[in-house]
Design a protein around this ligand. Structure first.
Ligand SMILES: [Zn+2]
Ligand SMILES: [Zn+2]
Length: 119
């Protein structure tokens, strides 16, 4: 006696999802991992005194001519993260007293951004 039976065939569509994740930052000098951790640690306590925005490692400020409140007219055009250098432009070495917020565009004294002691 033959028993009825069914065969289910699962068909697989042969699509391979390939993800290429490039983790190499472009245009950024290669730093040691300890430097990166140190920067992250330092940025943790940094907040805009006005809106509490927190910059991260990728945040960039530009050294540029500025009227109020810095009154600095020799901006060299360098883009850098001002909290990595304590407000000093790495190119022309101008020490910025004031730092603008990239979120609310308000100006605050650089030292006022350090809301919490790191560590
Ligand atoms: Zn702000
Ligand atoms: Zn500069």
């Amino acid at each position: 006696m033959l028993l009825p039976y069914s065969i289910s065939i699962a068909s697989f569509s042969g699509i391979l999802m390939l993800e290429f994740k490039k983790s190499v930052p472009v245009g950024e000098p290669v730093r040691g991992i300890s430097d990166r951790l140190e920067i992250d640690r330092r940025l943790k306590g940094v907040r805009c005194p006005i809106c509490k925005w927190q910059p991260d490692r990728e945040s960039r400020w530009t050294c540029w001519d500025c009227d109020h409140p810095e009154f600095f007219y020799n901006g060299c055009g360098t883009d850098w993260n001002t909290f990595e250098t304590g407000g000093q432009c790495p190119t022309c070495l101008h020490q910025w007293i004031w730092t603008s917020c990239l979120a609310c565009w308000g100006w605050s004294k650089h030292e006022d951004w350090y809301q919490e002691e790191p560590g």
